[in-house]
Ligand binder design. Structure first.
Ligand code: FE2
Length: 227
């Protein structure tokens, strides 16, 4: 399998490029508009045909490269069905799978960080967007975020996956590239709570600054980054 994790320095976003082998069809998860040329170079170098681009949710901290990639490669755009982005080509339901060549990706509806947040599972690779991060979890204080939903998505869906499931998050601010469900269960400080109420309490006391450019980014992302 071909697997590339591309880091965006400005927003600390991870983008994933996946294909079964050189010369085959490819998938990109959470592209950043400023890095589209990097993805195109990678696709060319590996002789891949981009067929699908997934955004895990409407992002607040960067603009998606989905529209730009669609224009440049004729790929299909994909999000979960709860997205407010009308122009998405394929809207997946919870538990629905899509195939890219020999790869099968399952959508998991994991609201909480935003009301349209999905995670995507491919074999034992979990692309968690901002629902579950390494040593952290996605904030829940805008875009219809909800800490109780986040608790439910994390504890009753993602943490129920096998412990050796590899976690590939949508961001990391400390240089970490991956983790496992087992590690996060044991060591993630946000997950050491006894119940949903304690999690809600913890999340309501984070006092985080609003992301810069959130209003501009969200309104662009609802159009998948198109002008
Ligand atoms: Fe996010």
């Amino acid at each position: 399998m071909i697997f590339r994790q591309v880091f965006d320095n400005k927003s600390s976003t991870y983008t994933y490029l996946i294909a079964s082998a050189k010369g085959r069809e490819a998938l990109i998860i959470d592209p950043v508009i400023e890095n589209v040329d990097i993805y195109i170079s990678l696709l060319n170098e590996l002789e891949l045909k981009l067929v699908k681009v997934i955004d895990t949710h409407i992002h607040a901290d960067h603009v998606t490269g989905a529209s730009d990639l669609k224009i440049k490669t004729s790929c299909t755009t994909v999000m979960g069905e709860n997205t407010p982005a009308d122009s998405v080509d394929i809207k997946l339901r919870d538990e629905e799978t899509i195939k890219i060549d020999q790869l099968e990706i399952k959508a998991m509806y994991t609201p909480g960080h935003t009301s349209d947040s999905y995670s995507f599972l491919m074999d034992n690779y979990l692309f968690s967007g901002d629902t579950l991060l390494i040593n952290g979890t996605g904030r829940t204080d805008f875009q219809n975020g909800n800490s109780k939903d986040a608790y439910n998505s994390i504890f009753n869906k993602l943490l129920k996956l096998p412990e050796d499931t590899i976690l590939y998050p949508g961001h990391d601010y400390n240089g970490k590239k991956s983790s496992t469900i087992g590690n996060e269960k044991k060591f993630n400080p946000r997950l050491q709570v006894k119940d949903a109420d304690q999690y809600v309490e913890l999340m309501s006391n984070l006092n985080l600054a609003k992301p810069k450019l959130i209003d501009i980014n969200v309104s662009k992302n609802i159009r998948l980054g198109a002008n």
